[in-house]
Design a protein around this ligand. Structure first.
Ligand SMILES: CC(C)(COP(=O)(O)OP(=O)(O)OC[C@H]1O[C@@H](n2cnc3c(N)ncnc32)[C@H](O)[C@@H]1OP(=O)(O)O)[C@@H](O)C(=O)NCCC(=O)NCCS
Length: 188
């Protein structure tokens, strides 16, 4: 598994993956008037990449592509980073359905969180997750995130305002780092 900045040359492959994964991803994605296929065409990747690179330069986003065995397989991003006394950001991620269930998404999240807590100097990483999203809750819980509350009708997702559990991980929660926690995984 490899993490890297969003590459200009990944537009066609990103589009193919996102279109193929519509039913897997859309229950967890922001509501939108434009049909899925249209807003996941290659020009949408280029626009998204430009926007996140701009935010990355400003220091408000840490956007990464996930590659598994050399193929684009998903994204993990810490966005809406606020510095000052807060030093916090919001985690988002998705992985190709064909790659799910192998620990690759949680490995990507672990590496990005360690980077955020060390080099970037964040104190808190937050993840807001719908109560219906079992795989996502299991991912963050395995990595040591704590559920801190229920945020009512927080985000406009898949056609309506949806409740979300607020999960948080603090820099001091795992003194050995998040990757070390990922490595302790015991198969069920
Ligand atoms: C949420 C999502 C990224 C989770 O992906 P995932 O592949 O299930 O997550 P993981 O990488 O943690 O993999 C889970 C499996 O890997 C195993 N695993 C976890 N850590 C491991 C490790 N260190 N070593 C080996 N295996 C590991 C787990 O046991 C689990 O298998 P199981 O289900 O048989 O128990 C994926 O379901 C997805 O993309 N969903 C759609 C988008 C989405 O919901 N995004 C998040 C919105 S909040």
């Amino acid at each position: 598994m490899e993490l890297h900045p969003l590459r200009r040359g990944d537009a066609a492959e990103w589009s193919r993956l996102r279109v193929a994964n519509e039913s897997w991803l859309s229950p967890w994605e922001p509501s939108h008037a434009i049909p899925w296929r249209d807003r996941h065409a290659p020009p949408a990747y280029r626009a998204m990449r430009r926007a996140v690179l701009r935010r990355a330069r400003l220091g408000t986003s840490l956007p990464f592509a996930i590659r598994v065995e050399g193929r684009l397989a998903g994204q993990v991003t810490i966005d809406n980073i606020v510095r000052g006394a807060l030093r916090s950001g919001y985690l988002g991620y998705w992985i190709d359905r064909d790659v799910a269930g192998r620990g690759m998404a949680s490995l990507a999240v672990a590496l990005v969180c360690d980077h955020a807590f060390s080099e970037v100097g964040l104190h808190r990483v937050q993840a807001d997750i719908r109560p219906e999203n079992g795989p996502s809750q299991r991912l963050v819980e395995r990595l040591g995130f704590q559920r801190e509350g229920l945020l009512r009708r927080l985000l406009d997702i898949d056609g309506d305002w949806r409740d979300h559990f607020a999960y948080g991980l603090l820099a001091e929660d795992l003194p050995g780092g998040v990757l070390a926690r990922w490595k302790q995984h015991v198969p069920r």
